[in-house]
Design a protein around this ligand. Sequence first.
Ligand code: TXA
Ligand code: MG
Length: 349
Amino acid sequence: ETQRWRIDPETFGLDGNPLIQEAASYLKKGGLVAFPTETVYGLGANATSREAVASIFRAKGRPSDNPLIVHIADPTQISHWVGEISEKGRTLAHRFWPGPLTLVLPHRGNLAPEVTAGLPTVGIRIPSHPVALALLKACQLPVAAPSANRSGKPSPTQADHVWKDLSGRIDGLLDGGMTGVGVESTVVDVTAETPVLLRPGGITLEMLQEAVGEIVVDLGLESEIKAPRSPGMKYRHYAPHGTMWLVTGEADALTRRVQELADEGFRKGKTVGILTTEEKVQEYQADWIIPCGRKSEPESIAKGLYQSLRTFDEVGAEWIVAEGFPSEGVLFSVMNRLIKAAEGRVIKA
Ligand code: TXA
Ligand code: MG
């Protein structure tokens, strides 16, 4: 049976918290514990244990050639697992850790090979969520953790998402309420001279450029043939059960095109959903009009995105039309996830 430990992240003195100690003891025994981070919930296991890491892939139903991110609390521990870090890598680490940034670095070969899927590099991050940090300190281990969803579902931003996907399949869940950013960490490969953005996320492209100058963007989306730099990119990502369309454009033209596409769904006799923002809920007609956040606050859109995508599946939407956003700041990562969810069905208004 899966344990569920409720922890208020605001609690003072989490480091000595007995529930966190109990969760850490499962990790030390090779168990699986889901925990909140500032991005999404992670499913953690001891990154030095082949058996423990193998059980992550089993619990998630994840292909084993997709490598995992290793979470660490103490920056002085990193040199134990990782070889030389480039100057730009160090600059990014100083600027954004703890926080929603994963750096792809050369590893020393002492982590479980399952973590890195045989690659010479490993993704490392120091999360900033107090519960994640307290757990990492309590177990004194590098913790491999992918997002704590069943493969093919959106990443979990609430403990209930993890519970629905994984209860009975893992040892425990640290329930720390809603996560912060709502999309996963930004993944940057810093093994070459110019850093390469592999996955947009909580740290924006603009923030990276401001810190280290030029960044190559390689999201592996252009072509299926070209070997993707980030192995995760080659997998079919979350797509809702219904057919999803993503409409880009501006103002009235965008609104009109979204409604037109929704109407096409009605004519086909489908249960129609529209993904929009709170400001625009009144402008549409559909069976399900789901706002993911406020247009005036881009961060709220990232935060609410995965919950809204889960909602469409729960209500049985068969035809989903999503409003696109300008690809700037945190909305660049939102658009990256929406393009994948729409499986390339992107329509320009
Ligand atoms: O915010 C996050 O990053 C969350 C929380 C739990 O920390 N974790 C997460 O893990 O999103 P996951 O496994 O769902 O995504 C890991 C991503 C994948 O796209 C994977 O391909 C990439 O990081 N990755 C991991 N190691 C890599 C490596 N050595 N080289 C290139 N990409 C790597
Ligand atoms: Mg994931």
